[in-house]
Design a protein around this ligand. Structure first.
Ligand SMILES: Cc1ncc(COP(=O)(O)O)c(C=O)c1O
Length: 391
């Protein structure tokens, strides 16, 4: 009987992807809050600020108008044109709106990109530490994620030498990079991105650039792969800079020969992307002044943490170039970042993410703080951690 039920209901092997360990931290934080404690949330990678007022107003107006039907599979033509204009305005790069695909967050874009670019069994390089869903989505789709361990010497980025050495060991079909990166917040210089892209394309390795944290750069301006090649797939989102995580809306700029394939895939997988979110996203571009003010808040938070955390005891922090993350080396205190994050939460009520979520090899030595919250909370977090570490 049990066997029969198992035959009918056992999950597939491809669905066996690891969960986020931060979920356990979040559950523990919720228990503290239920008991009346005040947790400073620095574990979840999302802005505390709302979407731009222009986006919310446009969504309200669209709701009031009544009917929301499907849109074109590749996205509202006006939104695709507005995204193309964004490349001209922000980077001085001409992008044909026909190459822009609106997606359900960048998460939806990864699925489409991987399906359109790769066959089952294809090997795709990603950096460690890195955003775990890259590896997990690739695996669920039958591709093989190839983790390339990065170091401080390369600013935690894959270099041409590392990529080509991996390719020689066993051929790669693709490589995915993010700059600014999650969890490190480090960025590749324009030159480093250009060299890696040239090396990849020279070796026939398809290039995907996750540019979701663009706009949130503090050390130097982020470069877009759209300037460097028409053959790369660029992925971006309204979630981070535009504070629209819950709207689930993002985009891709894809090579012209892939547009029709992606249209077929998205048409079958989703028909189209939520219409209300598309309307709001188009209007979000009018809210840039508001979002720049939010970014200045992150800059202030970054300043508070970079001044305070080393004094509190976290002396080794990776370069904090962009995004809203700070990846701190805790190996002075523990080699088990999951246990460390849990103890820190229990004893200081500051929630952070254990590095093992991002790097199964070295992540035991690191925890990630998200500083997208309010400045007084940053001061408070530093004070609580300082008291705790000095005990
Ligand atoms: C590097 C990176 N890429 C992609 C995503 C997914 O974002 P979304 O699907 O909301 O666009 C995240 C979310 O945290 C991220 O950190």
């Amino acid at each position: 009987m049990l066997d029969a039920v198992r035959r009918l209901t056992a999950p597939s092997a491809r669905s066996d992807v690891p969960p986020f360990m931060v979920m356990d931290v979040m559950a523990a934080a919720a228990r503290i809050e239920a008991a009346g404690g005040r947790v400073i949330h620095m574990e979840v990678g999302q802005p505390a600020a709302p979407a731009p007022a222009s986006a919310i107003a446009a969504a309200r107006a669209a709701l009031a108008s009544g009917r929301l039907g499907y849109t074109e599979t590749l996205g509202l033509p006006t939104l695709r044109a507005r995204i193309a204009r964004h490349y001209r305005e922000s980077y001085g790069v001409a992008v044909d709106p026909a190459r822009v695909v609106v997606t359900t967050g960048s998460s939806g874009a990864f699925i489409l990109a991987f399906l359109a670019l790769f066959e089952p069994g294809d090997r795709v390089a990603v950096a460690l530490p890195g955003y775990p869903p890259y590896r997990h989505i690739l695996k669920a789709l039958g591709c093989e994620p190839v983790a390339i361990e990065t170091t401080q010497a390369t600013r935690w980025a894959i270099t041409p030498d590392m990529l080509l050495a991996s390719h020689r060991a066993a051929p790669l079909k693709g490589v995915l990079v993010a700059s600014p990166a999650n969890p490190t917040g480090t960025m590749m210089t324009g030159e480093a991105l250009r060299e890696l892209l040239a090396a990849a394309e020279g070796a026939g390795i398809r290039f995907i650039s996750d540019e979701i944290y663009h706009g949130l750069d503090y050390a130097f301006a982020a470069e877009t792969a759209a300037r460097l090649s028409d053959n790369a797939v660029i992925i971006n989102s309204f979630s981070k800079y535009f504070c629209m995580t819950g709207w689930r809306i993002g985009w891709m700029v894809v090579p012209a020969p892939l547009v029709r394939a992606i249209e077929r895939l998205q048409g079958n997988l989703a028909v189209s992307v939520p219409t209300l979110s598309q309307i709001a996203a188009e209007a979000a571009f009018e809210g840039r002044a508001e979002m720049e003010a939010v970014k200045h808040g992150y800059e202030e938070n970054r300043r508070i943490l970079l001044a305070g955390l080393p004094q509190a005891g976290f002396e080794k922090i990776l370069p904090v170039d962009g995004a809203f993350y700070l990846y701190a080396d805790v190996s002075r205190f523990s080699n088990d970042s999951f246990d460390f994050a849990q103890r820190m939460l229990a004893e200081t009520h500051v929630a952070a993410t254990p590095g093992v979520d991002f790097d199964p090899l070295q992540g035991g030595h690191f925890i990630r703080f998200c500083y997208a919250g309010a400045a007084p909370d940053m001061h408070e977090a530093v004070a609580r951690i300082a008291t705790w570490l000095k005990r």
